[in-house]
Design a protein around this ligand. Structure first.
Ligand code: 3PG
Length: 306
């Protein structure tokens, strides 16, 4: 049995060691394809893999066609918009994620981006503080919950909107539930995005919505670039010189944002949210364990293509 770890953006070495230990203890073989630059390399490496561990690596019909022996693909992380789920089902491949395993890392980065933005990108001028500001958490899943926990330590007042999360869950975490995205954006000084990229959410963060934010509004994106309507956000930021946008997922129009909004726009060169040793260990080892549990016990608890 061969388990391939295919990561264009590699895990920390300590996480790979942990994955290897789980895989070899089960009597399987581990293969590594790291920092690949060409899809052809992935197509070649998956040929004889029975199981595949990925991060944001794209697994589409072509990859699944090439992976003749593949039974399971695990996205070591939360968002699985990089896997063609229909194609996986058609190829009789089980697709899973590892929810919650990297959420603290992403949440810490979201707060880091907030501090950076309210301190004017560390340019030496006087900024503002997060204490006492209203934070709107857009989607209250694993990352959103961690953001609330940390933001409360900063003395922020937390609000959240999540159509799929009951009020009680938010109230238990001392977070005020609101019942529409419009209400959230109107109320909050800072918005932190934690929605997945789905047909419903793509391009949904638009001019009308962000335009509701009060003066000095800060939008923080550690979710997906696809949820932003980039042209509309640019138009809004041109109209409103008070709005700032900081993101861990470089927009398609990065060059335009950079030129037009110097000092109130920042994008990490590569998505860094889950890029910690701890998150890599948690998500990578969870993925390896889920694969072993699937082969040994048929456990499909984290399957996402049912
Ligand atoms: C996730 O969905 O888990 C995060 O976006 C992290 O993605 P990464 O593994 O590519 O860093």
């Amino acid at each position: 049995m061969k388990v391939l770890v295919a990561t264009e953006k590699p895990f920390a070495k300590v996480a790979v060691d942990g994955i290897r230990e789980v895989v070899e203890k089960a009597g399987y073989e581990l293969a590594l394809l790291e920092k690949y630059t060409d899809k052809a390399q992935l197509l070649d490496a998956v040929k004889d893999a029975d199981a595949l561990i990925i991060r944001s690596d794209k697994v589409d019909a072509e990859v699944l066609d090439a992976a003749k022996a593949l039974k399971i693909v695990v996205r070591a992380g939360a968002g699985y918009d990089n896997i063609d789920l229909e194609a996986a089902t058609a190829h009789k491949v089980v697709a899973m994620n590892t929810p919650g395993q990297n959420s603290n890392a992403v949440a810490e980065l979201a707060l880091g981006l907030m501090v950076m933005a309210v301190r004017n990108m560390y340019n030496g001028t006087s900024g503002t503080e997060l204490k006492g500001k209203k934070l709107g958490i857009h989607a209250f899943g694993n990352v959103g919950r961690n953001v609330a926990r940390i933001a409360k330590g900063f003395g922020m007042e937390c609000y959240a909107y999540d159509a799929y999360c009951p009020d009680e869950v938010m109230l238990k975490d001392d977070v005020k539930p609101v019942h529409s995205a419009e209400e959230l954006y109107s109320a909050c000084d800072v918005i932190s995005l934690h929605i997945p990229a789905t047909a419903e959410t793509k391009q949904s963060i638009n001019k009308a919505l962000v335009g509701r934010m009060p003066k000095g509004g800060l939008l923080v994106n550690t979710a997906r670039k696809e949820v932003i309507n980039e042209e509309e956000l640019i138009a809004l930021m041109q109209e409103r010189a008070d709005i700032k946008y900081v993101t861990d997922i470089m927009p398609e129009a990065d060059a335009k944002f950079r030129t037009l909004f110097e000092g109130r726009y920042f994008a990490t060169p590569k998505k860094m949210g889950a890029q910690t040793a701890e998150a890599n260990i948690n998500a990578g080892i969870a993925a390896a364990n889920q694969i072993v549990d699937f082969f040994v016990n048929g456990n499909t608890r984290f399957q996402v293509n049912k």
